[in-house]
Ligand binder design. Structure first.
Ligand SMILES: Nc1ncnc2c1ncn2[C@@H]1O[C@H](COP(=O)(O)OP(=O)(O)OP(=O)(O)O)[C@@H](O)[C@H]1O
Ligand SMILES: [Mg+2]
Length: 262
């Protein structure tokens, strides 16, 4: 089992009040799943993602990541697990604004000790069809392109898990479809993908949907896995999108020789 949570609670103290952001979550996720977490605002989705991503710890309960108990780990151990196993994608992209795409993508490799950082970052950017924009700063890219760079940054360390909190929240439907196609391709390659979304169409691109309410999981089951928006939007816009992004139509993993020697 990749992720195993038993009766996880997260309580925040706000002055005299306590907020039960998670009120007893039990969840098992196997390697290779693609899971959407849905539910109303404030239901605990981001709190759950932050705990799964080792950005935060449960107040109570047990979380095992690949069989290892997370609650007993030091902050250094947690940071180490994060940098080796987990890639993050955020709604607002969270790129360094004045830093070229290539350097943004190289950043997570600082913590892994990888030697060929530039080459790995070039490969990741080529993988998301941003090979022709590597020197652009985020301010010189569209929202969809910025999110592609953020996806490249998430996958540059070859993480087992990619966590995405509302990754399409700031994108139009066609660009959202392209980002979802990227996540599906990653999942086809064996990466476990967990995403938070408010959007039913985005949710149906996953294979399993977990619904939350008031800090609890209220529903958990297979998604239709039809992904109507990806089929529809990409069909309509495939020519335009491949013109903008190079050869996004194929989305094939690129080789080092493609990315290097530029
Ligand atoms: N750092 C914090 N300190 C205090 N309360 C918090 C903190 N983070 C979250 N909360 C509270 O915990 C609850 C769950 O928040 P969370 O961010 O997980 O919700 P969410 O489902 O991600 O909502 P949204 O869809 O709006 O992003 C909310 O009531 C929120 O106010
Ligand atoms: Mg949230």
């Amino acid at each position: 089992m990749l992720i195993e949570m038993r009766d996880v609670h997260k309580t925040y103290r706000m002055g005299h009040n306590r907020v039960h952001a998670l009120a007893g979550v039990t969840l098992e996720i196997e390697a290779g799943e693609m899971l959407a977490i849905m539910g109303p605002s404030g239901s605990g989705k981001s709190t759950l993602m932050n705990i799964i991503g080792c950005l935060d710890r449960p107040t109570e309960g047990q979380y095992l990541l690949e069989g290892l108990p997370v609650e007993g780990m030091s902050n250094d151990d947690l940071a180490d697990v994060r940098s080796r196993k987990i890639g993050f994608v955020f709604q607002t992209f969270n790129l360094l604004a004045r830093t070229p795409a290539l350097n943004n993508v190289m950043l997570p490799l600082m913590y892994t000790g990888a030697k060929n950082r530039r080459e790995l970052a070039e490969q990741a950017l080529t993988r998301v069809a941003m090979g022709d924009r590597m020197d652009h700063k985020p301010s010189e890219l569209s929202g969809g392109q910025q999110q592609r760079v953020a996806v490249a940054r998430a996958l540059v360390t070859h993480p087992a898990i990619v966590l995405a909190d509302e990754p399409t929240g700031n994108l139009d439907s066609k660009t959202s479809a392209e980002i979802m196609q990227l996540f599906r391709d990653l999942n086809d390659e064996g990466v476990t993908v967990l995403l938070v979304t408010h959007d039913d169409e985005i949710g149906s691109c996953a294979k399993r949907i977990v619904r939350m309410r008031d800090g609890l999981i209220v529903d958990d089951g297979p998604a239709p896995h039809v992904c109507p928006m990806v089929a529809h939007e990409l069909e309509l816009g495939s020519d335009a999108s491949s013109a903008a992004t190079g050869d996004s139509g194929s989305d094939a993993p690129s080789t080092a020789s493609d990315a290097g020697n530029s």
